[in-house]
Ligand binder design. Sequence first.
Ligand code: NAP
Length: 251
Amino acid sequence: MTAVEELRVAVLGAAGRMGRTVCEAVAAAEGLDLVARLDVGDDVSSLAGRVDVAVDFTVPSATEANVHALLDAGVHAVVGTTGWDDAALGRVREHVSRTPGLGVLVAPNFAISAVLAMAFAAKAAPWFESAEVIELHHPDKIDAPSGTARHTAAGIAAARAAAGRDEMPDATTSALDGARGAQVDGVRVHAVRLRGLVAHEEILLGNPGEQLTIRTDSFDRVSFMPGVLHAVRTVPSRPGLTVGLDSYLDL
Ligand code: NAP
């Protein structure tokens, strides 16, 4: 920490779309000091001793190596880059166990509304017979369904299983391919791709005579910034590996 107790922050992928937005948000944030902007070819080890927290919004092929280099440099890491699998998370978990006091957060979604929608859906799921997820995105997105929708469906399925809920009612015996969406742990997920949209999700929960709809909309990448800033401020007090911003929101 600096003499005025500001957290010294670096941004990796600083020239990218998310990286530029994070740089602006950190520079304008109280108590945070943007001391380094790194992009391709810059040396992460140069951050040792002059940075407290680094934010990584780079590319899936670089992000894990960046996190290992940050841990070696004694820097906490907040990671928004996608593409993490269980093996990569396991390697980071093992590495961070050897660097006491350091924290790593890997968060697939920093939008507070999306994180809350996932938590609310899991909370509501045991109380409804049926639940389906619809995610809606711009047509330039290459994967379907979105990671957030998969995560939402998995959370609903886990909550239903924990409550001993039966399978959802569905009398469909014939259908066109894809008409009933994809299944994630038994929960149907539908993906819409439409010009003009950004990133949206609806969770439909149904009972005889009633429906609960939970909807989240991200209109701009600035929607991720409150979550990123909260993570930067929180990660120094959360040693070890944390996956998902929800763990930092005390839900
Ligand atoms: P982008 O515009 O392509 O930015 C990535 C930046 O990282 C580029 O400037 C790239 O440089 C740079 N880079 C590549 N390798 C690097 C390395 N080894 N070290 C440092 N910088 C490196 O992509 P974006 O739209 O900002 O998205 C970045 C990532 O964040 C993606 O994985 C995206 O899915 C994810 N994302 C997550 C959230 C969330 O809430 N968690 C939200 C939005 C996006 P070059 O262009 O020269 O390769």
